[in-house]
Design a protein around this ligand. Structure first.
Ligand code: SAH
Length: 367
């Protein structure tokens, strides 16, 4: 027996009935961000009891090492004050909490610091407020990075870009056709193609803002995200700042349908139970780098998460923690493997790290 229809599915169907098939990107945006029934608005997705576990939720080591990175990045900027530490998509606020704890003795850094959290979900803002309630300095929340006041900034974003909607197009002999969600003859939600090739489609290339894929074969799917968020991050980095983006994805733009839905740690169909499962897609790091360079930023990396964390000294940090709490020694070793390893279920190779900075900053830790 299938689940009863979710509130969001009713809304998706009403829109399709009124306006016709809906681009995959619009479906993904509704599923994740609808203020009433969207996944991030209506539920608390993280942790062992949730649908997925992120690096800061695996181990405090992650936020602690990022704290060291943030302090060095701020120093490379010349140690400006005041400056904004901006986190995009802070989830439960765990990484920010670990970063603030790990930097509490950095007197000059702390004296200059303002914390700004970019979060659209009212429910997660509440969770973040609770997690960070004992943390000086004052915290401010914003719906978009452009709402953060203009000042020198260090930006961090872990698993933020994968949660932003992707659009998808499929190569057919007549060109690129956008993938759409519609309702089939039997009344089920289904994936299909727009009736006409995409506007701007010339000689089989994608529109102008996308990399041409002259070698693409019929049936291949290409995904891309609207460039607004990465441009906003990169513009702040270019203007005397730094930014660190960590996510799962590929270093070279490539065809592939990576849209995936996860519910209670298991893969489900992206069309099943709209609003109740997490929808993500791989991040195209080549596209991020291209946008960042176009915004005037210097691009560092990408490197794999495993490589990045090892260069920041995760092995030494794990050894210190193990000596401190011998009873947790094997757990800490397991966390280390999960964060840096390259086996199945491990994040070290799948996740990539890229940094953007002002052009004058030529070296950042980990790259
Ligand atoms: N960084 C956290 C959470 C990752 S999940 C961690 O590593 O655990 C994605 C986060 O981004 C959630 O907090 C979600 O509510 C937020 N988010 C998703 N889309 C957003 C958008 N368009 N603007 C701001 N935040 C968004």
């Amino acid at each position: 027996m299938s689940d009863p229809r979710t509130a969001l599915e009713t809304r998706v169907r009403a829109r399709i009935a009124a306006r016709g098939p809906m681009p995959v990107g619009e479906f993904m945006a509704l599923c994740l961000q609808d203020p009433e029934h969207g996944y991030y608005s209506a539920r608390l997705p993280f942790g062992a009891a949730g649908d997925f576990v992120t690096a800061p939720e695996i181990s405090q080591m992650f936020g602690e090492l990022l704290a060291a990175w943030v302090v060095e990045a701020w120093q490379a900027m010349g140690g400006p004050g005041p400056f904004a530490l901006i986190e995009c998509g802070p989830g439960r606020g765990t990484m920010m909490k670990d970063m603030l704890r790990a930097t509490r003795r950095e007197a000059a850094f702390r004296a200059a610091l303002e914390v700004h959290l970019v979060e659209t979900s009212a429910g997660l803002r509440q969770v973040q407020r609770e997690t960070l309630k004992d943390c000086p300095p004052p915290l401010r929340w914003h719906a978009a990075i452009d709402d953060v006041p203009a000042m020198p900034a260090v930006i961090v974003a872990n698993e933020f870009f994968d949660a932003l909607p992707v659009r998808q197009a499929e190569r057919r002999p007549a060109g690129w056709f956008e993938r759409m969600v519609s309702v089939d003859d039997r009344g089920a939600l289904t994936l299909g193609l727009a009736p006409e090739p995409m506007a701007g489609d010339r000689a089989g290339d994608l529109p102008d803002d996308l990399p041409p894929l002259p070698q693409a074969r019929t049936g291949e799917v290409f995904e891309w995200r609207p460039p607004g968020p990465v441009r906003a991050v990169a513009a702040r980095a270019a203007a005397g700042g730094t930014a660190l983006v960590i996510d799962y994805g590929h270093t070279v733009s490539a065809a592939g349908d990576t849209l995936q839905a996860v519910r209670a740690h298991a893969a489900v169909s992206p069309l099943a139970a709209p609003g109740l499962c997490d929808l993500t897609a791989h991040v195209d790091f080549e596209a991020l780098g291209r946008e960042a360079r176009a915004a005037g930023a210097r691009v560092h990396g990408p490197v794999t998460q495993g490589c990045f964390l090892r260069r920041l000294g995760i092995a030494a940090r794990a050894a210190v923690l193990q000596a401190h709490v011998p009873a947790r020694s094997s757990g800490i070793a397991a966390d280390l493997r999960r964060l840096t390893g390259s086996g199945p279920g491990e994040m070290g190779d799948l996740f990539k790290v890229v940094a953007f900075s002002a052009p004058a900053i030529v070296r950042l830790p980990g790259f």
